[in-house]
Design a protein around this ligand. Structure first.
Ligand code: FAD
Ligand code: SF4
Length: 498
């Protein structure tokens, strides 16, 4: 019988040391420190090996968490890295940016009473350490198939797809309009959460494996989709979600009002030396108001703090408990000096040319007499005006318009998300046929044809074209984009083997 581990009774959870808030707001460097080899071993030894790995079930890529924790405990880091890469294409990145409290760590058996095993930090430690030791993926046995797939978008979905295709001998050529790979990893997520040289190291690994990158190349502008469709055996679309949700209130056009993603991309460009001072949205000594309560709002507020804004307020229309993002991020924002305005609904951005203030109505949660459910009530008589020199709107994103989809019968839903076959079996074949079912509603003949047709994971209505990541599920997470990229690659492999 396997021996149960009771280390957790003696040893409490200890995350790697974080930089002290007053020091970390002075720069854009990562705030999370690293484990020493001994700390990593001790923390990994806290895994109870409970027999039912809820952590693994909850992880979207189903990482072999207890197994790699055990290898770390034994100091076998290179083997842990190899195992970790079997399920995850970007483990060092997930270790840094996954909302672990909602995923693996939130379902660790020890979480409630003893403190979850620090799974994310150990995942980061494994790959960071292995790469520093010279670890590289094994590529000697890969036999080239002669097939070529074009991938549009070098974000996590595109990179994960390229990783799996390359491991199966298929040449992956990744097109991206940006000058560096990573998508939102490089240009959206601030470097205090994920330093950009981490992504550069990953590019070098993928290039070593044989992935080809065509950067500074926008499909639809620098090269047409038609060319890719003709020249490749299949195409994977992983272009993300880039349409900002607007506030739809007067004054949104004023100077000094920014959309969250534009602001963050601009700041990351500055950090990466891609733009000069004149083009930088700099909030130095400004009174900043961020509208919204999700993780992107926190990223904007914490970026403004680092730009030495004179004050940073974040206004959200509900209470703190209802905030959609990670509690950890809100806590960190508070530590760094962000002030919160709960129950503030923006009504108007005030100013003649330049923003001067925002007018809010206060809100309260009341019980709906009919449904007995909590609803938000706006009290227009209780108004507040908050002065501001800069306003950032962080209300989320939707898929942007892509003008070549229709020509290729790539269908989207009412939100603009590309429709694909989602569920898959081990061979990358689709078990559910949501695309076929969508066809079926158009008529019985089509339904019969659809049934005859074999569908593959993440295949669009056009057999040769696959899609995944934010463009299929809407703005979500790095790890779910990785899952979709890997699953789509399996779908493409099966499709090309037919
Ligand atoms: P993206 O990462 O958006 O990549 C798409 C790529 O396609 C981009 O590089 C784009 O340039 C390229 N592209 C688009 N159109 C074309 C074209 N026509 N030709 C060539 N290239 C094109 N998730 C987390 O898990 N943790 C976090 O902490 C976190 N923080 C976030 C912070 C912000 C500010 C934002 C906006 C998102 C955050 N997310 C986070 C979500 C996460 O970043 C995304 O879910 C994930 O990056 C989606 O991956 P993707 O590959 O689908 O798309
Ligand atoms: Fe946890 Fe994310 Fe790593 Fe999975 S990929 S183990 S959810 S940190």
């Amino acid at each position: 019988m396997a021996q149960q581990n009771f280390e957790f009774l003696e040893l409490s959870r200890k995350a790697p040391k974080e930089r002290w808030a007053p020091e970390r707001v002075e720069d854009f460097n990562e705030i999370q420190g690293n484990y020493s080899a001994n700390e990593a071993k001790l923390q990994a030894s806290r895994c109870l090996d409970c027999g039912t790995p809820y952590c693994q079930f909850k992880c979207p890529v189903q990482n072999y968490i207890p197994q790699w924790l055990s290898l770390v405990e034994e100091g076998r880091i290179l083997e842990a890295a190899t195992l970790s890469h079997q399920t995850n294409s970007l483990p060092e990145i997930c270790g840094r940016v996954c909302p672990q409290d909602r995923l693996c760590e939130g379902s660790c058996t020890l979480d409630e009473d003893f403190g979850a095993v620090s799974i994310g930090a150990i995942e980061k430690y494994i790959t960071d350490t292995a790469l520093a030791m010279g670890w590289k993926p094994e590529i000697a046995d890969i036999a080239k198939t002669g097939k070529k797939v074009a991938i549009i978008g070098a974000g996590p979905a595109g990179l994960a797809c390229a990783d799996i295709l390359t491991q199966h001998g298929i040449t992956a050529v990744v097109y991206d309009k940006h000058p560096e790979i990573g998508g939102l990893l490089s240009f959206g997520i601030p470097s205090f959460k994920l330093e950009k040289d981490v992504v550069v190291k990953r590019r070098k690994i993928l290039e070593y494996m044989g992935v080809e990158f065509k950067l500074n190349t926008e499909v639809g502008k620098d090269i047409s989709f038609d060319v890719l469709y003709q020249q490749y055996d299949a195409v994977f679309i992983a272009v993300g979600c880039y349409k900002n949700m607007r506030a739809n209130i007067p004054g949104e056009h004023l100077k000094g009002v920014y959309q969250a993603l534009d602001y963050l991309i601009n700041n990351n460009h500055k950090q990466m030396g891609l733009i000069d001072k004149a083009a930088h949205h700099d909030f130095y000594f400004k009174r900043v108001l961020v509208l919204g309560g999700g993780d992107t709002a926190m990223d904007c507020a914490r970026t403004a703090v680092r730009q030495q804004a004179s004050s940073v307020y974040c206004a959200y229309r509900r209470n703190e408990a209802s905030m959609p993002g990670s509690k950890r991020e809100v806590y960190k924002a508070k530590e760094e000096g962000v002030k919160f305005l709960w129950h503030y609904q923006p009504l108007e951005i005030i100013g003649s040319e330049q923003v001067e203030a925002v007018r809010f109505a206060r809100t309260k949660i009341v019980v709906d007499a009919l449904t007995q459910r909590n609803i938000l009530e706006i009290d227009e008589r209780d108004e507040v005006i908050i002065p501001a020199d800069a306003v950032v709107i962080a209300f989320g994103f939707q898929p942007h318009e892509i003008n070549w989809l229709d020509r290729y019968n790539i269908q989207t839903d009412e939100y603009g998300r590309i429709q694909t076959n989602i569920a898959i079996n081990d061979h990358g074949e689709s078990k559910t046929k949501n695309v076929s079912e969508a066809n079926a509603v158009n008529g019985a003949t089509e339904a019969i044809e659809a049934k005859k047709q074999k569908r593959f994971a993440f295949q669009t209505h056009n057999d040769k074209i696959f899609a995944g990541g934010d463009i299929t599920r809407g703005s979500d997470l790095v790890v779910t984009a990785i899952f979709e990229g890997r699953s789509a690659a399996r779908g493409i492999i099966s499709y090309l083997s037919e």
